[in-house]
Ligand binder design. Structure first.
Ligand code: CUA
Length: 343
């Protein structure tokens, strides 16, 4: 039995080590893409090996003890008397307790050190500050700027320049959420009231998935986000596009779509900068066509998915604040064409 337990543990180990490489848009705490996540991964393996050794040792001693005292014929228990090995046993047990306590203190010490490394220094110049607000159930992302018109507001997709330090300021608009991009850094609770800050820098360009990690209501599982790390020039190009107000319609269909947007419930909750729509209940849609996903990573940003989402979001994310929007098929098509033009 010992052998079979060991072989099972062995295959689990192999699976952990050979975990397939991180696919674009995926996430894994065992595939760090930022120094912060690398520190956490190191601590993970240290604790893993301590626990694994303790398990193997305990199991070996237990197996040996069971084999020794195996009695084929039940016989009455002998009277308890002092055994010459008793004092030796005291030393063994005492030693095991000492090793356990020492290991726990070692883990505590390494956790504190890792925590300090993850915090890191934020005194560098040229840091990028991003404000993140948790909503039920999506993430509002802002790039504050002293010039209000240069502030970028978007949703669920956090563009960052690869290799540059990013400071994230968090707040919540409603309940407690938790910001977690496992390939980048540890979980950070997003709490109503106090704002908190943490920082990271992503090593290499790529798309890294993140997820709300604190149960926050019915659609907690559909509260994903992406960290999109780009080379500096691509990031700057993105920034420039996002700062600009929405494009004006260039076709009759797009014009009709904008009219539909401004005369339906959309305008009650969303902003499209450059139009009369300025509400901040839901995500800013000024550049919605530049986003890969909609509804906090629930659906890809395609015409069909967008049509389904607008028509009846309650079917896709029951409980979401967005209301169903029944409308004429032509109006819906025009609306989607207009939204699709908002690059
Ligand atoms: Cu937000 Cu869970």
């Amino acid at each position: 039995m010992f052998a079979s337990v060991l072989s099972t543990m062995g295959s689990v180990l192999v699976a952990l080590y050979q975990a397939s490489p991180l696919s674009p848009g995926g996430h894994s705490a065992l595939h760090p893409s930022a120094p912060q996540a690398a520190h956490i991964e190191w601590l993970y393996w240290v604790i893993f090996w301590i626990c694994f050794s303790a398990f193997v040792l305990t199991f070996a001693v237990f197996t040996r003890g069971s084999a020794r005292t195996y009695i084929s014929q039940p016989e009455p228990l002998p009277p308890i008397k002092e055994h010459p090995n008793d004092s030796k046993a005291v030393w063994y047990v005492g030693g095991a307790i000492a090793v356990t306590v020492l290991s726990l203190f070692a883990v505590l010490f390494m956790s504190v050190i890792t925590g300090k490394q993850v915090e890191g220094a934020t005194a560098e110049k040229n840091v990028l500050t991003i404000q993140i607000t948790g909503h039920q159930w999506w993430w509002e992302i802002q790039y504050p700027n002293s010039q209000a018109y240069q502030t970028i507001t978007t949703a669920n997709e956090i563009h960052v320049p690869a290799g540059r330090r990013v400071i994230i300021l968090t707040k919540s608009a409603d309940v407690i959420h938790s910001f977690w991009a496992p390939s980048i850094t540890g979980k950070r609770d997003v709490i109503p009231g106090p704002s908190s800050a943490f920082s990271f820098e992503v090593d290499k360009p790529g798309i890294y998935h993140g997820q709300c990690a604190e149960f926050c209501g019915l659609q907690h599982a559909h509260m994903g986000f992406s960290v999109i790390a780009e080379p500096e020039d691509q990031f700057e190009a993105w920034e420039k596009e996002q700062i600009a107000p929405a494009r004006d319609p260039t076709t009759p269909d797009q014009l009709r779509g904008r009219q539909v947007f401004l005369t339906h419930a959309c305008v009650m909750c969303h902003t499209i900068r450059g139009t009369d729509a300025g509400s901040r209940v839901g995500p800013d849609l000024t550049h919605i066509a530049s986003r890969k996903m909609i509804a906090a990573e629930t659906l890809p940003n395609t015409r069909g998915d967008l049509a389904g989402w607008i028509s009846d979001p309650q079917v896709i994310k029951p409980g979401t604040l967005m209301v169903p929007n029944p409308m004429q098929p032509d109006d819906l098509q025009a609306l989607i064409t207009y939204l699709g033009s908002l690059q």
